[in-house]
Design a protein around this ligand. Structure first.
Ligand SMILES: Cc1ncc(COP(=O)(O)O)c(C=O)c1O
Length: 394
């Protein structure tokens, strides 16, 4: 059996037509297949490979940590330098209200932790979430996904969820004294990167304050510079009570984190103790990779350059078949007239050596979320391939 046959037979499949690109190696913004065909990667492991593939500095720091120790104890008992340094670096670059990190394994686990923490803190259980939101695929996160089709066969899910429309000021009347938490994405990851309006986020913050509800920002995809700020909320000048991060924070390694204040986090310590438990959360290899990613982002101009890179994409992706470009920073959703053309373009791009991808709920749009290290020249080349691919599809 070759690798493809094993993949299809012995690995669980989650769609009928997986891409089946057989990866040989990856470097920078490029992925190479087994025939050494080179692809520009505008997906970056779905916004995860912040500094590109096989980043030398991240690899070096991983290797150095490997020589010291890997897993030694479940989360929260031993003092491990990679965790400590990462927690400090995060606290140094976040508002005081967000000075306490809990490291987990993935985005969805960060959401689970945040929801549990909101319940413990408020002694309430009603969670407000948005239509077309995506917060992860485990049962808790799934309960607050704003798409019934994806949820219905998994019911019963967690009770207490109340759905509102994204950016609807009218629907904010749902926030009241029963609300434990409001969870929002500042850029909706599943709906083609629709951006939350400033006035809407501000109003939510006010209402959470009024009714003693916890405001949770799901920054799992917007963190670590992707929007042009280290964290997306910095564009809004609004600090949530809990922020969830993952994906890009690992620089290609699996890590997630929910962050709040010491005061709120202390609710996980008692009644009962061990409010959230994880064996591998805060794994030293993943924390060191995250720390190195963060250090590089802070030491270079990568984040400040995002704005001009976004502008270049927007300028060069000018074609009559492109209806509009949603999103912000290096998370852009290219919207076509319909899903047929969108699907064709994605496939044609792949044939032409460029990887882009679909969105969960927005079928007319194509994702652009490259490593933040992509250069202007590489953006020009990418846009040329996309435009050529659209023309070939007509
Ligand atoms: C906004 C958002 N929240 C949560 C998740 C879930 O993260 P993970 O796949 O690491 O569980 C994702 C993943 O796509 C996401 O984009």
């Amino acid at each position: 059996m070759n690798a493809k046959e094993v993949f299809l037979k012995h690995q669980s499949q989650i769609s009928k037509n997986p891409i089946c690109l057989e990866v040989s190696h990856a470097k920078g913004i490029y992925i190479y297949d087994k025939k050494n065909k080179k692809y520009i990667d505008l997906v970056a492991g779905v916004s995860a490979c912040t500094l590109g593939h096989s980043n030398k500095k991240i690899n070096q720091s991983i290797k150095a940590q490997l020589e010291k120790y890997t897993h030694v104890m479940v989360y929260g008992e031993f003092i491990q330098k990679p965790q400590v340094k990462l927690a400090k670096k995060l606290a140094d670059n976040l508002p005081k209200k967000l000075n306490c990190s809990y490291f987990v394994n993935s985005g969805t686990e960060a959401i689970e932790g945040a929801i549990k923490l909101a319940k413990r803190t408020t002694n309430k259980s009603e969670i407000i979430f948005c239509k077309n939101s995506y917060h992860g695929s485990t049962h808790g996160s799934l309960s607050f996904m704003g798409n019934e089709e994806r949820k219905s066969n998994y019911r019963p899910l967690l009770p207490g969820g109340k759905m509102i429309r994204f950016n609807s000021l009218l629907d904010l009347k749902s926030i009241d004294k029963n609300t434990a938490a409001v969870i929002i994405e500042l850029v909706q990851s599943g709906s083609g990167f629709k951006v939350a309006s400033k006035i809407w986020v501000k109003k939510i913050k006010e209402l959470c304050k009024k009714f003693g509800a916890i405001l949770i920002f799901d920054e799992i995809q917007t963190c670590y510079g992707r929007t042009g700020k280290l964290f997306g909320f910095q564009k809004y000048k609004i600090t949530p009570d809990i922020i969830c991060i993952a994906k890009g924070m690992g620089g290609g390694m699996p890590i997630g984190c929910f962050i709040s204040s010491n005061k709120i986090m202390s609710n996980l310590k008692e009644k009962p103790i061990l409010g959230h438990i994880t064996t591998f959360g805060g794994h030293p290899i993943n924390c060191i990779a995250s720390l190195k990613t963060l250090e590089i982002l802070l030491e270079t101009n990568l984040i400040t350059e995002i704005n001009s890179k976004e502008k270049l994409f927007r300028k060069l992706l000018n074609h009559k078949k492109i209806k509009k470009i949603n999103g912000t920073g290096l998370m852009l959703g290219v919207e076509f007239e319909n899903e047929i053309i969108c699907d064709r373009v994605i496939k044609k791009c792949r044939k032409n050596g460029l990887l882009t991808f679909y969105f969960l709920f927005e079928k007319n749009s194509m994702r652009i979320s490259p490593p933040l290290t992509i250069t202007k020249k590489e953006i020009q080349k990418s846009c040329q391939i996309i435009i050529n691919s659209i023309n070939e599809c007509l």
